[in-house]
Design a protein around this ligand. Structure first.
Ligand SMILES: Cc1cc2nc3c(=O)[nH]c(=O)nc-3n(C[C@H](O)[C@H](O)[C@H](O)COP(=O)(O)OP(=O)(O)OC[C@H]3O[C@@H](n4cnc5c(N)ncnc54)[C@H](O)[C@@H]3O)c2cc1C
Length: 370
C-alpha cells in the first residue's frame, strides 16, 4: 500500500494486486493491534512521509487510537478493523492506483534480467499484466519465489508464526501490569502441571484498544516446508486447538468469567523467507546503528525473536539510537526491475526480527515506490 501510494505520487501508473477481498494485510487479518516501528525511544516519530500520514489518519479516525508505551518502546494502539477501513479508504481514494482485489500473482514472465509481465488469477479468470517495475510486498516473497526459489533465503529454524484472537467482556485493565504477568504465570504453571499443551507456555496477553478487550497471541511453529504444504490449514487446526484450551483455562479466572472470543485472526507468518538482495542487512548493522548513503528509512525496534521453542526475547537498541535500511537490501539481486519490501527484505533473521514491524514496513514501501 505504501509502495503503491508513493509510486503513484511520483507519477507512475500503479496496479496494486491483492489476493484477499480487502486491503490491510497481516495487520487487518491476523489482528495486530500495536503498530511498532513508528516512534523512537523518546516517543518521537522516527520517519516522516507516509508513516507520519498513517499515524495522523489513524488518530483522526477514532478516539480509541492512542500512542502507548510498551516496555521500552512506543507503539500506536489501534483496533485492526479501524486500520483496515482507514488504509482501504486511503488507497482507494488515490485515483492513480488501480486496486485489484481477489487477484493473485501466480506467474512471472521474465526475459533475461527483466520482468516483462505478471500472470494474475482472479474470479474473472487468468490474465497477463505488462510491467515496467514490480514490487513484491507479499510479506513472504511470493513473487520473488515465482521468479526463482534460489532468490529466497529459507532458514530451517524460522521465527514462530502467530494466531491472535480477541476476547471481549473483561473488566478494564484485566491484563494490565502486573495482573497480566500473574495470568501468564498461571498459564505456565498449568503447562508444567500438564493441564495445558506445552506450546501454551509462550502465550502473550495484552490490553486491547477498547477497555473491555484483551488480545491473546499464540506462537505457532511454521514448518520449514510451509510454502509447499498443500494444507496450511493443518497448522491452523493445531493452533485452534491450542486456542480452545487457553480460552477454557482463562474462563475459569474471575477476570475472564464473562468474556468470550470476539474474533480470531488468520494465521500470521512472521518470517516467510527473505529475498537475496544487493545488500544483506545483518544483526551487527542493527546493533551498531549502521548508516547508509542509500538509506530508505530509519528503524529502532528491538530484535524481537520469536523462537518456536523458547518464545519471545527482546534485544533493545541503545536509547536514542537507530539504524538505517539501505535501498540495496530492498532490491532483488540480478533482476533489473524487481524489488522486495517489508517482511521479506534482504536481511538475516535477527535483522529481519527488528525491521519487520509496521512502521518500518510503511517507510520501506514508500522509499521503493518513490
Ligand atoms: C503473528 C504476527 C504478529 C505481529 N505482531 C506485530 C506487532 O505487534 N506490531 C507490529 O508493528 N508488527 C507486527 N507484525 C508484523 C506486521 O504484521 C508487518 O509489519 C505488517 O503486516 C507488514 O507486513 P508486509 O507488508 O510485509 O505483509 P502483509 O501485511 O502480510 O501484506 C502482504 C499482502 O500480500 C498479499 N499477498 C500475498 N501473496 C500474494 C499473491 N501471490 N498475490 C497477491 N497478493 C498476495 C496478502 O494477502 C497480504 O495482504 C506481526 C506479524 C505477525 C505475523
Amino acid at each position: 500500500m505504501a509502495a503503491a501510494l508513493s509510486a503513484a505520487r511520483s507519477g507512475a501508473q500503479v496496479c496494486l494486486i491483492e489476493a484477499r477481498p480487502r486491503l490491510g494485510g497481516t495487520v487487518a487479518f491476523s489482528l495486530i493491534h500495536t503498530l511498532g516501528g513508528l516512534y523512537d525511544s523518546a516517543g518521537v516519530l522516527l520517519n516522516a512521509g507516509l508513516a507520519e500520514e498513517l499515524v495522523v489518519a489513524l488518530l483522526q479516525a477514532d478516539s480509541s487510537v492512542r500512542k502507548r508505551r510498551m516496555g521500552r518502546t512506543w507503539v500506536l494502539s489501534v483496533c485492526p478493523d479501524i486500520y483496515q477501513a482507514v488504509v482501504q479508504g486511503w488507497v482507494e481514494s488515490d485515483r492513480r492506483v488501480t486496486v485489484l482485489t481477489e487477484t493473485r500473482v501466480v506467474g512471472v514472465v521474465r526475459q533475461s534480467d527483466t520482468i516483462r509481465a505478471l500472470e494474475l488469477s482472479s474470479p474473472a479468470g487468468e490474465f497477463r499484466l505488462p510491467t515496467k517495475a514490480v514490487i513484491d510486498a507479499t510479506g513472504t516473497a511470493e513473487v520473488v519465489n515465482l521468479v526463482s526459489s534460489s532468490l529466497v533465503q529459507n532458514e530451517d529454524r524460522r521465527a514462530a508464526g502467530g494466531l491472535i484472537f480477541r476476547m471481549r467482556g473483561t473488566p478494564p485493565d484485566a491484563v494490565a501490569f502486573p495482573k497480566g504477568l500473574g495470568i501468564l504465570r498461571a498459564i505456565r504453571d498449568a503447562v508444567v502441571e500438564g493441564s495445558l499443551p506445552r506450546q501454551c507456555a509462550n502465550v502473550w496477553v495484552d490490553t486491547g484498544a477498547r477497555s473491555d478487550e484483551v488480545y491473546i497471541k499464540l506462537p505457532v511453529p511454521i514448518p520449514a516446508n510451509w510454502r509447499e504444504q498443500q494444507e496450511p490449514a493443518e497448522v491452523t487446526r493445531d493452533a485452534l486447538e491450542m486456542q480452545a484450551a487457553v480460552v477454557e483455562f482463562l474462563r475459569r479466572m474471575p477476570e475472564f468469567a464473562q468474556a468470550s472470543v470476539s474474533r480470531t485472526g488468520e494465521l500470521g507468518v512472521r518470517d516467510g523467507g527473505q529475498v537475496r538482495g544487493e545488500y544483506l542487512l545483518t544483526a551487527d548493522d542493527v546493533r551498531c546503528g549502521a548508516m547508509f548513503a542509500d538509506a530508505a528509512c530509519r528503524c529502532t525496534w528491538p530484535i524481537e525473536s520469536w523462537d518456536p521453542e523458547e518464545g519471545v526475547s527482546l534485544e533493545y537498541l541503545q536509547d536514542g539510537s537507530y539504524y538505517e535500511i539501505p535501498l540495496r537490501s530492498l532490491k532483488v539481486r540480478g533482476v533489473r526491475n524487481l524489488w522486495a519490501v517489508e517482511k521479506c527484505l534482504s536481511a538475516d533473521r535477527y535483522a529481519q526480527a527488528s525491521a519487520r514491524v509496521v512502521g518500518s514496513c510503511w517507510s520501506m514501501g514508500e522509499a521503493v515506490g518513490r
